[in-house]
Design a protein around this ligand. Structure first.
Ligand SMILES: [Zn+2]
Length: 184
């Protein structure tokens, strides 16, 4: 019978498996998959004269799970759901790239991307990235209604959504019933 107590070293010794701890994370050059972003004014506004250099060095990791996009807090590479790339709306994906590139810049500036002293919708790094994406959405001619759908993701509560819309000055009036994934 295994005794129920023991130090952590004792317990570790009982784990009779071999776990490789240093595994490679497969990443690819951003520009091999996403072309033309280096010429987008909004992107040039983020990185200024370093735009080409930053995008040339940027790596992306494709993940085989649902979700959208993010930026690694470890080394600043972009993480993208392959499913979202395949099934998401083109304009949502474009705006997400704009949003995530703001995070890439924030990471380069040494900002804390996931500051848990704030909730997601109030985190300064998120508000900045959302504001920038909303500005680009307006420039493209998206209506506030469509922008509201863009902002609405299934994991956000109605209250969080309202606070986000307010933080980025989008008038959503009536709550969108459908998230962007459910838009047909
Ligand atoms: Zn974000």
């Amino acid at each position: 019978m295994i005794p129920t107590t023991g130090g952590s070293a004792t317990i570790t010794r009982r784990l009779n498996v071999n776990i490789t701890r240093n595994v490679p994370v497969a990443t690819y050059p951003f520009l091999d998959y996403f072309k033309g972003f280096e010429n987008v004014d909004a992107v040039k506004q983020i990185f200024d004269k370093d735009t080409k250099k930053v995008l040339s060095n940027l790596r992306v990791e494709f993940v085989g799970r649902r979700g959208y996009m993010g930026v690694s807090e470890i080394d600043g590479h972009m993480i993208i759901s392959a499913d979202y790339l395949k099934t998401g709306k083109r304009v949502d994906i474009y705006l997400d790239f704009v949003h995530e590139l703001v995070h890439v810049k924030q990471f380069m500036e040494g900002k804390e991307l996931f500051d848990h002293n704030y909730s997601y919708v109030e985190r300064p790094t998120e508000v900045e990235a959302y504001r920038f994406a909303v500005e680009e959405a307006r420039r493209l001619g998206l209506s506030d209604r469509r922008i509201c759908h863009y902002l609405k993701t299934e994991w956000m509560t109605d209250d969080e959504f309202k606070r986000l819309a307010r933080a980025v000055d989008v008038c959503c009036g009536k709550m969108p019933k459908k998230s962007r994934r459910q838009l047909s």
